[in-house]
Design a protein around this ligand. Structure first.
Ligand code: SF4
Ligand code: ZN
Length: 302
């Protein structure tokens, strides 16, 4: 197969079933970067003088994000980027990805700050899991990681936090909220949270598989390690289901995303009657008297 771009006769390396197009290597790279730039423009993600903290896990998505930031903004001297990596304390998994994060940051010349659950909260994720709480490990992991990144980004003077969520991640989140009937959270998905460092997700218009291919072409150090707890989450079930839909009906992921974007205009964004409170323990903005992170810390004492 040949590339579908006009006047290009190079062999295609990918067939996008959802668009019907074939791309050669160069035009595939262009297509991914075009989607990322479009998303950033649409959401005004990067503004003059920004100091952006990139959440780097050491996996393909966040490595590709750093690479793209460096490539797209190489002549913007008003911008500043640095990376934050979090060691949640997952034996046999995180140390491997963190080593890769160090490698990526070094290769791409980005300052990396590392933090851990153990230093910050006094326990590892493995210890939480050992307590056999009802919720899946990802629930605790997500709350604490978000807290840690937010806190450190603020301390390090970041104006934005960039995460590497891709199209698959975003569509999974949308569906999870639909399935749970969590309209409030659905409405908050793209809203700016005044009390926190604003989050940006430049990769959310690109399918996961394409980011993997992009990272491969960019010759980024890639490791294939899966978190041992991933399969226990509800997200994992939704992910499998969505991939099955996409296989049988190409374009499903994009249509869920587009449908959500249209619907989101009608969703309640801010709820003035439910003003954000301050957590009694840590002082951060919270929906209740004690924030979710402090609740976990409290429960770990017993
Ligand atoms: Fe944490 Fe779940 Fe991700 Fe593992 S899969 S790192 S437990 S959020
Ligand atoms: Zn708190």
């Amino acid at each position: 197969m040949r590339c579908s771009k006009r006047n290009c006769n190079n062999p295609a390396i990918i067939h996008q079933r959802y668009s019907g197009l074939h791309f050669c290597e160069a035009h595939f790279v262009d297509d991914v970067e075009r989607k990322v730039k479009k998303e950033m423009r649409k959401q005004l993600m990067v503004e003059k003088g920004d100091r952006i903290a990139v959440a780097l896990s050491g996996g393909k998505d966040s490595s590709a994000l750093i690479y793209m930031f460096k490539k797209i903004f190489h002549n913007r001297i008003d911008l500043d980027f640095f990376a934050i990596a979090v060691d949640e304390g997952i034996n046999g998994y995180r140390s491997i990805t963190l080593r890769n994060a160090e490698k990526v940051a070094k290769e791409l010349g980005m300052v990396l700050h590392q933090f851990s659950f153990e230093q910050e909260f006094g326990f590892m994720l493995d210890e939480i899991v050992a307590k056999k709480f009802e919720q899946a490990p990802c629930t605790f992991c997500g709350v604490l990681r978000r807290k840690l990144i937010d806190r450190k980004a603020k301390e390090l003077g970041a104006t934005k936090v960039a995460t590497a969520h891709n199209l698959d991640d975003e569509v999974q989140t949308i569906l999870i909220n639909y399935i749970r009937g969590d309209i409030e959270r659905l409405g908050r998905l793209y809203g700016r949270r005044e009390e926190f460092v604003p989050r940006i997700k430049p990769l959310r218009g690109v399918p996961e598989k394409e980011i993997a291919l992009y990272a491969l072409i960019a010759d980024l150090p890639i490791i294939t390690a899966d978190c041992p707890y991933a399969t226990r989450s509800f997200r994992f079930t939704v992910k499998k289901m969505l991939n099955e839909f996409e296989r049988k009906h190409p374009g499903t992921k994009y249509s869920v995303m587009r449908g959500y974007e249209r619907l989101s205009e009608f969703l309640p964004r801010a709820q003035p009657e439910r003003k954000l409170l301050r957590c009694e323990r840590c002082g951060d903005a919270s929906a209740s008297n004690i924030c979710k992170a402090c609740e976990i810390i409290e429960n770990m004492k017993y």
